[in-house]
Design a protein around this ligand. Structure first.
Ligand code: ATP
Ligand code: MG
Length: 278
């Protein structure tokens, strides 16, 4: 790997009883996985945990112990009692929660805007509103342009921990704006690309040995196969994905796709490269 390319590993922790009760579907994890892969990172594990101090803390400690470069927690940043993500993070890291002046300014500013728009009855900084500005010591608040709770960024050892609100539009706003410079620093110049091959076959097991051998010989590429239904019936889609420096990724993927196609064709399987891939 050349200068500036890091293989960033990530873990996502979605917090919320409503997710575990099946009332709300966890779409944040899916969205974040897509973003992180697109930046060239590798999400290694995702967890959904209850609104529970010990459960959130345990999930965070596990992610830290696994040495993830990026740990994103979504949900539980709001003003209510059951929003306890920051308290759990503080406990797990043995840091106190402190009112952060800049975070308080952000919360105050947002409530003033909402008041002026007639969306809340008063701009007053009540205790529950102030709660959103209480961050673990050493944290940096990230402005939320959609809702009221700032996102939170913290570093612990080599890991970057980011807490984002559960409301998808708020989470996406912070990830795409306030967090962007930090992500750029973390991911360096990594570039991600993938190509999907379609194989005329409905029994994945027939190509499993070939794919296994191919993956073992080229560990820098991530290979995933899955059956997919097409108009003419089931076929197998094989995706080759890679991250790194742009020219290296493009060149390597082109070569590997041709290599894999040739191997499959030699064994009698017809293949095509999925349109819209690269
Ligand atoms: P707020 O400041 O708005 O209270 P919050 O960080 O406290 O945000 P939660 O209370 O955890 O967020 O969740 C608020 C709502 O956001 C949930 O009721 C749910 O509708 C939605 N939500 C939370 N987590 C997810 C998720 N992982 N995927 C999709 N939607 C989610
Ligand atoms: Mg909430």
């Amino acid at each position: 790997m050349s200068e500036g390319i890091k293989n960033v590993t990530a873990e996502i922790i979605a917090v919320g009883n409503e997710l575990l009760l099946g009332i709300v579907q966890d779409t944040n994890t899916h969205w974040l996985c897509k973003q992180i892969s697109g930046l060239g990172g590798r999400v290694r594990r995702c967890a959904i945990v209850a609104d529970d101090l010990a459960m959130i803390g345990q999930a965070l400690k596990q992610a830290l112990a696994s040495g993830r470069d990026l740990i994103i927690i979504t949900g539980g940043l709001g003003p209510t009692q059951d929003d306890m993500t920051l308290e759990a993070v503080a406990q797990a890291l043995r840091k106190p929660l402190e009112e952060h002046p800049q975070a308080l300014e952000m919360v105050a500013g947002r409530y003033l805007e909402l008041y002026e728009q007639g969306r809340v009855e008063s701009p007053e900084l009540t205790a529950s509103r102030r709660k959103m500005a209480r961050l673990p010591q050493g944290a940096t608040p990230l402005p939320n342009r959609v809702g009221t709770a700032p996102g939170v960024l913290l570093r612990e050892g080599k890991s970057m921990i980011v807490a984002l609100p559960g409301v998808p539009s708020e989470m996406q706003d912070i990830f795409g704006n306030a967090l962007r410079p930090y992500l750029r620093e973390l991911f360096g110049k990594a570039f991600y690309s993938e190509v999907t091959l379609i194989v005329e076959l409905n029994d994945e097991s027939r190509i499993a040995p070939l794919l296994g051998e191919f993956q073992r010989s080229r560990p820098e590429v991530y290979i995933k196969s899955r059956p997919r239904s097409f108009e003419g019936g089931m076929k197998i889609a094989i995706t080759l994905a890679m991250s790194g420096e742009r020219v290296v990724v493009e060149d390597t993927l082109d070569r590997l796709v041709e290599d894999l196609r040739a191997r499959l064709e030699r064994e009698g399987f017809s293949t095509s490269v999925e349109a819209g891939g690269r």
